[in-house]
Design a protein around this ligand. Sequence first.
Ligand code: PLP
Length: 407
Amino acid sequence: MSHPESKPTASEPTQSSGERRAPVPSQHLETLAVHGGLGHTMSFHGAVATPIFQSSTYRHAPDADGRYDAVRYSRLSNGPNHVVLHDKLARMTGHEAALVCASGMAAIAGTLLGLVRPGERIFFQRGLYGGTQILHDQDLPNLGIGCDLATTDDVAAWRDAIRPGTRAIYVEAIANPLTTVLDLAAVVALARDIGALAIIDATFASPVNFRPSELGFDVEVHSATKYLNGHSDVIAGVVAGREPLVRKVRLTQNHLGGALEPHACFLLERGLKTLTLRVRQQNATTLGLARYLAGHPHVHAVHYPGLDPERLVPSAVRDRFHGYGGVLSFTTEASRARELMTRLMLATPAPSLGGPETLVTIPATTSHSGVAREARLAMGIEDGLVRVACGLEALDDIVADFAQALA
Ligand code: PLP
């Protein structure tokens, strides 16, 4: 890993007992997912799993320097559960630093508000996650931050559309719900050229499938509600990136109040330990379901990059992807899509993704219901588009469920 070891600072908790061992350098994500984090080097009374430090505040360190952000208070994201997670997530993403947040939206909003000033601009990929789209449409402009939206997925054509004063380019690793993968290497090159930050929402990929730090992204954000936690029982977010940038976001978040509470930290850390196993199984199940649906007479089109990476994934980034995650979408007749929602027995109609349960939605009536029909159709989101987020059930059972529901 290229990032420096994260050391406890005066603002971070010092553990009173337990043997302190030198950090063990390790290379593989499976190992980092389990051992990354200070829990490995600084044991808490010998506990193998990090205990929940359900304390809002901590006794001042004797050498506390009196700075507001150095006070040991859980809203400042410096409790033991935060510190462990920050270290683990920095290692797993390959970035210098990481920060956990109260939700994916807290991570995204904190990042953009922490790194972009009023009067500056952000250039966004089109087809954004709905919450981010609303930040683009309303909240950021209300705060004086200029927002521009790409009109094409062809990154080479973006240069002419980018306006002076652009401080950041913001993209998603795999866009929702059509699972588009842009030329992300070209995004980083363009950002460097114009002196802007390259920021990516890597939620759909997770570090198992794609690590944006390898392409040079300055900051990545995640809805940790999805794969990172992976159990549909926590709302959480992550920011990872270059240390000075993550520090700025953290200071902003200290005032915005988007810290993750200790019990949610515990659940997120526990979920992370099995990330690699879960995501690899979800990759395989989703590819299997995509192949099945592609051959089904009632299915008009299937969207999943793994079906044909040569055609669907830009060559510059193909080698960086190790799988395409658990989300696919497909089109069928609109009436059949609606009927499907009531006929599926295992797959549950619900928003979200990344958990053990397979979930299905019709984006036209859920995530994109606020978009005018014409604009939605122009985006390729038809009335009969169904999004499937595969869980951890056996492929055969999921295929059988779709077979009976589509029949
Ligand atoms: N980014 C993506 C790609 C998402 O799918 C979501 C939620 O669905 C978010 C961000 C927001 O995350 P959260 O719901 O944890 O705030």
